[in-house]
Design a protein around this ligand. Structure first.
Ligand code: BGC
Length: 749
């Protein structure tokens, strides 16, 4: 449909029909006869009984294809305006084929693969009738107490940008095209803005940060998604400097629409418009509707506010009426971009009839396996305990030994029955008579389970006394040559509403670790978690440690391959692992301060330091080991002085000096030595992940351009400033192989 027709369509709508387009409900509003709907879901949500559900514009989290066909068919029969429904869902890192959680994916540093798997996830959605996914989430995170760090690519701005771009391109296809082609769906970047920085890591808590911090570190991820063409943006639940994001006109109109040039649909987060009242920002429902409309929020997710209040609020107000028209037009445009006016099902009936669905295809499972292998991070490997020999007797112990709940909290269509657990993964490499398996401890003590609320029942019941589990584990370990201990937090301890003050392993699992470590057998610990846990105690006792995150459908197979060396670990952390809770937030790109903690100062008191803990984290950003070793040689640096249109070209040789083929991620960091605002001690500016065969050498080139040196300077403009820059190249933010400096000349010189 061309724009003229779309405008005509808009003009033909009554005000109720227009407002309906901005309302998002769940599927239950459309099931059963109108009497039951009125007394059921309508009442529950507080929707006026006069509200016509057949004006509603979109549906949330209905993911069953038959149901989608049924609802759409029925809706189109009953609606007067004949505008198809949009089906939106949280398919964050896989529909049925579940890929590793986003924090894990980012640790692969393999953005080509991230794009491919996002495309597969979109393909499964398309094949099952979903039009929009609420992904990617690109909130920067520095605080592992917050449960949703699992959904984020981590603490770094450049990586958030890469992740945003790869996801949007994978989900929607090539940027710059208006229409979304078959096999692709629309992407929604979230949560605008700065949702990842709640005070004290407590879910939904206030966010307070300077505009400099916001623009410099937090906004570029969303901006990259918009530049890649993301059709939707979702608001955040939090206040930002006192104003709730969902009612924040400055944030959504000036920053998002004017500065960031976003033209698509802005949807509220779940019930966030109504929550403007709880925030103490809106007086009542009518005020909330007015504030949200003024702030440019197009769609009201799952509340009765727009439906009940907008008409009254707008009455006779020409300005608000024009804002309503703009919002509705954007929703119609999205439907048009998806081709829904031509085919409201986007080929769904054909896909079903011809059984063409790509759900859980071999290709998708293989990609999930490969990305899972690249996402796991080898944190420690003393005496080269790993990879394991196939001839050794293994005691596989721990609550994750046979656990299929390794999909993470946002796998709404993921099915644990499709998941390969660790035992199955190991049995691909080791004979059954060389493997014993037992639990050793429950996932969580009873006291911690209660806090999980409705998820409590998902945890396995305690049928045997914990001590008996421990004794069995000690017996098995005694008889084995090596212990593989699969520990972790429960998937229900991270994700939304999963904030923790002590992000550690439960006491019972630590006790199991202590009891096994005194047996003096090689001890390999695998850690499953949705966040960096404090692993200081674990690291002191384990010989080897693999950070598995939640690896998804192919979990066990990926870990089996890694443990036995069929795959070589190459993941590198994208979020710092603190040594102790009190260090939080700890991140690599911090400021130097006026009193840096220098080694030569010893225990000098008046430096930026703790008196009871070192500043250094347990594992730094960018860190991760391999079964092989790499040596870097600096071959050349093209210049010492650089003008604005020149580049500093760096050439490095990377030699695989070990006995395994492997992948290495070289990281290039820059420090601006002196500027109109204090700049971080280092910032990731580029990286390369390369494959090098054992004994071979590969050359890697980096080019430093003037744009890479820009930042929001003292005048709030995005600029570079002349002067000295230091460059560090290494295998992590801590392990720097070499450093050099260059000078950026005054513009025009
Ligand atoms: C989450 C969003 C999600 C939405 C819809 C909210 O609770 O914050 O990320 O997309 O629910 O399910």
């Amino acid at each position: 449909m061309d724009n003229q027709l779309l405008l005509k369509k808009l003009d033909s709508l009554s005000i109720e029909e227009k407002i309906g387009q901005l309302v998002q409900l769940t599927g239950d509003f459309f099931e059963g006869d109108m009497d039951t709907v009125v007394t059921g879901p309508l009442k529950k949500l507080g929707l006026d009984s006069s509200y016509n559900v057949y004006n509603t514009g979109s549906i949330l989290n209905v993911t069953d294809p038959d149901k989608i066909i049924r609802l759409q068919t029925d809706y189109l029969k009953r609606s007067t305006h004949q505008i198809p429904l949009l089906f939106m869902a949280d398919i964050i890192y896989g529909y049925r084929t579940i890929f590793p959680i986003p924090l894990a994916q980012a640790c692969s540093w393999n953005y080509e693969q991230i794009e491919q798997t996002a495309a597969m996830s979109a393909r499964e959605c398309y094949d099952e009738g979903i039009h929009v996914t609420f992904s990617p989430m690109v909130d920067i995170v520095r605080d592992p107490r917050w449960g949703r760090v699992m959904e984020s690519p981590g603490e770094d701005t450049l990586l958030a940008m890469k992740y945003a771009e790869s996801q949007v391109l994978g989900i929607q296809g090539e940027s710059g095209q208006r229409t979304i082609p078959p096999h692709k769906i629309a992407a929604c970047v979230k949560h605008f803005a700065a949702y990842g920085a709640p005070v004290a890591g407590r879910e939904y808590n206030a966010v307070d940060m300077s505009e400099h911090m916001l623009r410099q570190y937090y906004l570029p991820g969303y901006q990259a998604a918009i530049a890649a063409g993301a059709k939707l943006v979702m608001t955040a639940f939090n206040t930002l400097n006192g104003i709730p994001a969902t009612g924040n006109e400055w944030l959504n109109r000036e920053v998002l629409r004017r500065d960031m040039k976003f033209e698509g649909v802005l949807i509220s987060d779940y019930a966030a418009i109504e929550e403007l009242i709880m925030h103490g920002y809106a007086e009542d429902g009518a005020d909330a509707a007015r504030l949200a409309l003024l702030a440019g929020v197009d769609v009201d997710m799952k509340t009765a506010i727009y439906a009940n209040q907008l008409e009254k609020v707008i009455a006779g107000n020409g300005h608000l009426m024009s804002l309503l028209n703009e919002a509705v037009y954007r929703v119609l445009q999205l439907k048009n971009d998806l081709g829904l006016f031509e085919d409201p099902f986007r080929g769904l009936q054909d896909t079903l009839q011809q059984q063409k669905s790509s759900v859980l295809s071999d290709e998708h499972r293989q990609a999930a396996l490969s990305l899972a292998e690249e996402s796991v991070v080898l944190l420690k490997n003393e005496h080269q305990v790993l990879p394991l020999s196939k001839h050794k007797k293994v005691a596989l112990i721990g609550p994750y030994a046979e656990e299929s709940s390794t999909l993470g909290m946002w796998a709404i269509k993921g099915n644990e029955a499709d998941t390969v657990h660790l035992k199955t993964g190991l049995l691909k490499h080791v004979a059954p008579d060389l493997l014993s398996v037992c639990k050793g401890a429950y996932m969580l003590p009873l006291t911690a389970r209660e806090a999980l609320g409705k998820y409590e029942e998902k945890l396995a019941a305690e049928t045997v006394a914990e001590d008996a589990l421990l004794q069995e584990a000690i017996r098995n370990a005694d008889e084995a040559d090596v212990i593989v201990l699969a520990l972790g937090e429960s998937v229900y301890q991270s994700g939304e509403g999963g904030s923790r003050t002590s992000p550690m392993l439960p006491e019972s699992q630590l006790r199991l670790l202590h009891e096994l470590s005194v047996l003096n057998k090689p001890l390999v610990v695998i850690v499953y978690s949705g966040r960096p846990l404090i692993l200081t105690e674990v690291a002191a006792e384990a010989d080897a440690m693999l950070q598995a995150w939640y690896p998804g459908t192919m979990s066990g197979e990926a870990l089996g391959n890694l443990l036995y060396g069929a795959a070589n670990p190459s993941g590198k952390l994208t979020m710092t692992f603190p040594r102790s809770v009190g260090q939080i937030p700890v991140y690599y790109n911090e400021l130097n301060t006026g009193r840096p903690d220098l080694p030569e100062n010893g225990s000098y008191r008046f430096a930026t330091r703790y008196i009871d803990e070192v500043n250094e984290p347990l594992y730094p950003f960018g860190y991760g080991q391999s079964y092989t070793t790499f040596e870097y040689r600096l071959l050349s640096v093209s210049r010492e002085n650089m003008s604005h249109n020149e580049t500093v070209d760096v050439s490095i040789a990377v030699e695989n000096t070990g006995s395994h083929d492997g992948k290495e991620t070289l990281q290039l960091y820059i420090r601006d030595k002196f500027a109109s605002v204090a700049r971080p001690v280092k910032e990731l500016k580029d990286f390369r992940k390369i494959f090098v065969r054992s004994g071979e050498t590969r050359e890697v080139q980096f080019s430093i351009r003037e744009e890479m040196l820009r930042f929001y300077g003292g005048t709030s403009e995005y600029i570079s400033e002349p002067g000295e820059f230091e460059v560090y190249i290494g295998s992590s933010s801590r392990d720097i192989a070499f450093a050099f400096s260059f000078t950026l000349l005054q513009e025009g010189k």
